[in-house]
Each structure stands twice: as C-alpha cells, then as structure tokens.
Design a binder for this molecule. Structure first.
Ligand SMILES: Nc1ncnc2c1ncn2[C@@H]1O[C@H](COP(=O)(O)OP(=O)(O)O)[C@@H](O)[C@H]1O
Ligand SMILES: [Mg+2]
Length: 283
C-alpha cells in the first residue's frame, strides 16, 4: 500500500493506528471489524541500542574523550532531542548513530543488527534506505540546482527520472522552497539551505531521521514549521533523533537527553510536548 494512501492516527508505543483513505465510488470488501484491523509500519521505524559507547580522538598533540561510557535505547517511533553545550560530544554521537563513524569501545545495535559486524556495503545500504541525515554543515552540492540536490538520494533505487523530479519538487514545496527549484545552493540564504537539506533527508522516507541542529540557521517562524514537519513524520511512525542547544526546540520532542563532557547527565520523557503549527510559508 502506498504511504500516501494512509493517514495516521494516534501513535501508541511501537504501534501506529491507521485510517485508510478509500477512494470514493469504489466497492471495497473489508474483512473483519474495522476495530481489529491493524497495519504495522515495520519499514518506517527503527530501534537504536547503544551500550557503553566511548569515542576517543587521538591526535599527535592530545587525546580527546568525546564520548565516555554512553548507553541508551531508542524505540521505534520515538522523537528524541539531544541537548548539551558545544563540545559535549553531540555531533560525535550523531555520527556514530548514523553509522558514519565507529565508537572506540562499546556496542551499537541498529534495528537488531550489530553495526560492527556489518560490511561497508551493508552499512551503505542501511544509510541510504533507512536513515535521513541533516548535518550541521548542510553538505549541499553548489553546482547543481536545489531540485537536483534533493533528487540525489533517490539515484540508486531505479526510480524513473520524472518520478524522482516530482518527489523532489514535492519535498521542496513542503519546506517552502517551491519557487526556488532551479536556484543553486550558493544563491540562497543559510536558512534556505538548511531547509533544502531537510527536504533531501526526508525524500527517501527514512525510518530514522538524524538531525544535527536542524533549526540552527532558521528564523523562529520557519523553525516552528520545521518542528511541525518533524512532528508529522514522527506521528507516521518515523524515529527522530535531533540535536539542539535551544530549549524551545527541544520542547517539541517526546524525550530529552542531556549530555555534558561526553556523558549523559539526564534522560527524561518530555511530559509537555509542544505542538508546532504548520504555517505553509514560502519564500
Ligand atoms: N575529528 C576529530 N578529531 C579530534 N577531536 C575531535 C574531532 N571531532 C570532534 N572532536 C572533539 O571532540 C569533542 C566533541 O566534539 P563534538 O562531538 O563535535 O561536540 P558538539 O557537537 O557537542 O559540539 C570536542 O572536544 C571536539 O573538539
Ligand atoms: Mg556539533
């Protein structure tokens, strides 16, 4: 069933309730009582389990302990904010969670698989199909258009070009950049680049979204829009891990982990999750 035909209901623990949108004027036979029909969005969620992770950077001059004995689990469909001062190890943690870097010690189980035991090809496949990244430096390619930048992650699946173009356009419209499809990344502002990076991360419909300061360069109205998009995809069952140093942004998540000097100092459920509103702004 296409993702688009499905509307999500309440997201309860690891089970997402679905409302099926049935086209009008068509006969459907639905077997069983509607209340007993359950569809599991297995593809669209992921679990994370890190245990006693440490990361030590060794340079000629010095040794830096960026992460020091960090353990936590993130279940399918969670929306977690990681907070902490600059230099506390947040980006290092994100690179490890995204299997872009390996820890010095400890174990990382990603969706039931021990990352250490996976081959480079298997890791590349997981990253491409299951994980969307929003990096602190947006990593957009300057010589191609925004539309082409957002089309890039889709280049492996064998999807026809027209379809890839249409999807990229849809996601750029979602982040309010529908009018700038043929601009290049050096013709737009930092905040706009950040939104292109968000569209590019979401276009593959990733089970896990890893975002490093996704609202760092964005005006507050736009930041609210981005948080609304994150909450929408989280309600559809996607797992989100978001790094931020802004308390107002962290309030949109369901759980907040505080790190300091490479250690977790607090890990709490956010009982008053702030609901963001979609404004559908464009610029
Ligand atoms: N590639 C690297 N080589 C050496 N030290 C690094 C490297 N990357 C990060 N560090 C150091 O590790 C610590 C944590 O960095 P980082 O994870 O980027 O923190 P944050 O994202 O919270 O600002 C810092 O002291 C930083 O200087
Ligand atoms: Mg950082």
């Amino acid at each position: 069933m296409a993702q688009e035909q499905v509307e999500q209901g309440d997201n309860k623990s690891d089970e997402t309730q679905l409302v099926l949108r049935v086209p009008e004027h068509q006969n459907y036979l639905i077997a069983g009582k509607p209340s007993s029909i359950r569809v599991y969005l297995k593809m669209n969620s992921i679990t994370i389990d890190i245990s006693h992770i440490s990361k030590i950077y060794q340079t000629e001059a010095m040794q830096t302990v960026a992460l020091d004995d960090v353990s936590f689990s993130i279940s399918k469909g969670e929306f977690v904010a990681i907070m902490g001062p600059s230099g506390s190890g947040k980006s290092t943690l994100m690179h490890i969670l995204g299997a872009l870097d390996t820890p010095t010690n400890g174990t990382y189980i990603l969706d039931g698989q021990n990352v250490e035991k996976l081959s480079d090809d298997e890791l590349a496949d997981i990253r491409n199909k299951k994980i969307g990244f929003i990096f602190q430096a947006f990593n957009l390619l300057p010589r191609i258009t925004l539309l082409q930048n957002v089309m890039l992650p889709m280049r492996y699946g064998g999807m026809p070009e027209k379809e890839r173009e249409e999807k990229a356009r849809q996601y750029l419209e979602m982040v309010g950049l529908g009018k700038r499809l043929s601009h290049s990344s050096n013709q737009i502002s930092g905040g706009q680049q950040q939104r292109v990076a968000i569209a590019r991360a979401l276009v593959m419909n990733p089970a896990l979204l890893l975002a490093d300061e996704p609202t760092g360069n964005i005006a507050s109205a736009q930041a609210e829009e981005i948080m609304a998009i994150f909450q929408e995809i989280n309600n559809r069952g996607h797992t989100i891990v978001m790094i931020t140093h802004e308390p107002d942004i962290a309030e949109h998540s369901k759980r907040i982990i505080h790190v300091k000097d490479g250690k977790i100092i607090a890990d709490d459920r956010n009982k008053k999750q702030k609901k963001a509103k979609r404004l559908h702004t464009t610029d």
